[in-house]
Design a protein around this ligand. Structure first.
Ligand code: SIN
Length: 526
C-alpha cells in the first residue's frame, strides 16, 4: 500500500533548519516530513551553546566575521561568513518576536564566552538549554500557521529525479520499528534538513538518528558534496560509557574550568598558549594525544565560583545521574564527533547542484565554517540559510510538480538483514570510523577503514537501509580524507602534519568519483 502527498515544497527534518524553513515559507503549501515526532532526535534540540551574534556595544558583525574566518583555518567561503554574521541580529529580532526569551541580566543579554570568540557573544536560553527551547518555540509557532502539513514517523530513503531534476522523495512509515507503508512526496522543491552525521562515529554527542542520511540521499542523486573530511570533535563529552556521550558545553570552560590529567596537570598549554580557550580542533587533538600516552583526562570545575546547577542544568543532570559533583570531583572527558562542516554543496541561497533540491543546516555545506566551526555559529547558520532558502523560493513563481516516474522501482524487493545483526555491524562500522578516520588519520588508517567497510559489506549482503547509508557516508568521508593531503582545521593527517596552502581549495566531488577510486585501487579486495 502506498500513499502520495503533493505540495509546493517538501522539507525533510524537524530540527531548527526544517522548522525555520517551513515557517518562513508562508504562504506556500509545505509538507514537513520527520522521522520521529516533531523535533524529536534532532541535534538542534540537544544544542547547549546558543546563538552567536554581535549584540554588545564593543562587538560588531565585522569582529564576529574576523573570528569566524580565523577559526575556519583559511578555508571558509567569505560570502557565507559575511551573510551569517551580518544577518545574526535579524535572527535574534525574529526569535524575540515569536516569543523567545533569551537569558538577560536586567535589560542586557547574558552572554557566554566560548573558545576562539574575542568577546562574550553567545545568546542562550535557560543556561545550557538553548536548543531545546528554540525547537519548542518554533514547533508551537509552526503549528499556529495553516500552510504546513506535518507527516511524522517517516524515514526518507530516496530522492526521485528525472535526469538532474528533483521530482520528489520516497520513504517508509515505520511503526514499532516495522515498515508499515511506503510513502511518496511529489514536489518541485525538496529541502533536506536532517542534520549532521555524528552517529557514524562510536564516540558522538549527536542523537542516534543523526548519521548522514541526507548526504547519502544527495550522493545517490549525484549532487555535489564538499569538504566531507572536516568532522569536528567536541573536546568535552562526558566519558562515563554512555552512547551518545553527553555534551559538557564549552561555556563551562568559558567560566574558567580547566582541562587536566590524573596528576592535575593542565597539559593543553604544551600545544597552544590559549590552553582551554584554544580552538576546538586543537583541544580535541591534545586530549586525544594525551590519552594515547596513557593518561586520563578530566574537566576540573572545583575552583569555579558559579551556580553550576542554574547555569548548566543539562550538564548538572547528567553529572548527578553519574554521581559526580562538579564542586568536588574531576569530570572524565573524551573528544566526541559533534559537528560536520562538510556536506551537500550549496550556494549562498541553499541551492544544491540538482535542480529543485535544497539543503540547509548541518547536512549542507555553505562554506561558512571552513575547516573548523566557531562555537555557536551552527544554529546561527541554520536560521540564516533556512530563511534564505524560503525567501528565494517565495520570490519565484510557483512551479508545477511533475508526476513521479516509475515509483515501484524505488520499493525494495529483497528482505534486509535482521535489526539485531544490523546493530552489531553498525557498531563495528562506528568503531572503525573512530579508530581509522577520527581525530588523527593517515593513509594507512584510511586504507584500513576501507578494508573494514568491505568486510562489513561482504558479511551483511542484504543490508538494512540504515547500514547501507552509513556505509556509503563512511566511504565518502574516508575518500575525502584520503584526498586532502595536508592537515587543516579538524582534518589532521599524521603523514601530512602541516598546512599546505597550495592545496587550499574546497574538496568537491560526486558519488561516482568515490566508485572510480575504489574500482582502481581496491579491485582485488572488492
Ligand atoms: C557547546 O556548547 O560547547 C557546543 C556549542 C556548539 O557546538 O556550537
Amino acid at each position: 500500500m502506498e500513499s502520495i502527498y503533493k505540495s509546493d515544497v517538501v522539507i525533510v527534518g524537524s530540527g531548527i533548519s526544517g522548522l525555520m524553513t517551513a515557517v518562513s515559507l508562508y504562504p506556500r503549501k509545505v509538507t514537513l516530513v520527520t522521522k520521529r515526532k516533531l523535533g524529536e532526535m534532532s541535534s538542534s534540540a540537544w544544542a547547549q551553546g546558543g546563538i552567536a551574534a554581535a549584540v554588545t556595544k564593543h562587538d560588531s558583525p565585522q569582529k564576529h566575521f574576523e573570528d569566524t574566518i580565523k577559526a575556519s583555518s583559511g578555508l571558509s567561503n567569505e560570502s557565507a561568513v559575511k551573510v551569517i554574521t551580518e544577518e545574526a541580529l535579524d535572527v535574534v529580532k525574529f526569535l524575540e518576536k515569536i516569543g523567545v526569551n533569551f537569558d538577560k541580566n536586567g535589560s542586557e543579554f547574558s552572554l557566554s564566552k566560548e573558545a576562539a570568540h574575542s568577546y562574550r557573544r553567545v545568546l542562550k536560553i535557560n543556561g545550557d538549554q538553548s536548543g531545546k527551547f528554540l525547537v519548542d518555540y518554533l514547533i508551537s509557532y509552526a503549528k499556529q500557521q495553516g500552510h504546513i502539513t506535518f507527516v511524522e514517523d517517516v524515514s526518507i530513503d530516496h530522492i526521485i529525479q528525472k535526469e538532474n531534476q528533483c521530482l520528489g522523495i520516497m520513504g517508509h512509515i515505520h511503526k514499532n520499528e516495522v515498515i508499515d507503508n511506503f510513502v511518496f512526496f511529489q514536489s518541485p522543491n525538496v529541502i533536506l534538513a536532517t542534520g549532521g552525521l555524528g552517529s557514524i562515529y562510536a564516540h558522538t554527542t549527536n542523537p542516534r538518528d543523526v548519521y548522514g542520511e541526507a548526504i547519502a540521499m544527495a550522493a545517490k542523486a549525484n549532487a555535489e558534496l564538499v569538504d566531507l573530511e572536516f568532522v569536528q570533535f567536541h573536546p568535552t563529552a562526558l566519558d562515563i560509557g554512555l552512547d551518545p556521550a553527553p555534551l559538557l558545553t564549552e561555556a563551562i570552560r568559558g567560566e574558567g574550568a580547566f582541562i587536566v590529567d590524573e596528576n592535575n596537570k593542565r597539559f593543553l598549554f604544551e600545544d597552544d598558549p590559549l590552553g582551554e580557550m584554544a580552538p576546538r580542533d586543537v583541544v580535541s587533538r591534545s586530549i586525544h594525544k594525551h590519552k594515547l600516552k596513557g593518561h586520563s583526562t578530566f574537566l576540573d570545575c572545583r575552583h569555579v565560583k558559579i551556580n553550576f546547577e542554574r547555569m548548566f542544568p543539562t550538564a548538572s543532570q547528567y553529572l548527578k545521574q553519574a554521581s559526580i559533583s562538579p564542586s568536588k570531583d574531576f569530570i572524565p572527558i573524551i573528544p566526541a564527533a559533534h559537528y560536520h562542516m562538510g556536506g551537500i554543496k550549496v550556494d549562498i541561497n541553499g541551492r544544491t547542484s540538482v535542480d529543485g533540491l535544497w539543503a540547509c543546516g548541518e547536512c549542507s555545506s555553505t562554506g561558512a565554517h571552513g575547516a573548523n566551526r566557531l562555537a555557536s555559529n551552527s544554529l546561527l547558520e541554520a536560521f540564516v540559510f533556512s530563511k534564505r532558502i524560503a525567501d528565494t523560493i517565495n520570490s519565484e513563481p510557483p512551479k508545477k510538480g511533475h508526476k513521479l516516474l516509475n515509483i515501484e522501482n524505488y520499493i525494495p524487493k529483497e528482505k534486509t538483514i535482521s535489526k539485531i545483526r544490523a546493530k552489531k555491524y553498525i557498531w563495528q562500522l562506528r568503531s572503525a570510523m573512530n579508530k581509522f578516520v577520527g581525530v588523527d588519520r593517515n593513509k594507512l588508517t584510511l586504507d584500513q577503514a576501507f578494508i573494514e567497510f568491505f568486510r562489513i559489506e561482504r558479511e551483511t549482503k542484504s543490508l538494512s537501509a540504515k547500514l547501507k547509508d552509513m556505509l556509503l557516508v563512511s566511504k565518502l568521508i574516508t575518500f575525502a580524507a584520503m584526498h586532502r593531503k595536508e592537515s587543516r582545521g579538524t582534518h589532521f593527517r599524521s603523514d601530512y602534519p602541516t598546512k599546505n596552502n597550495k592545496l587550499l581549495k574546497r574538496n568537491v566531488f560526486i558519488q561516482n568519483d568515490l566508485y572510480e577510486y575504489l574500482n582502481n585501487k581496491f579491485e582485488k579486495v572488492i
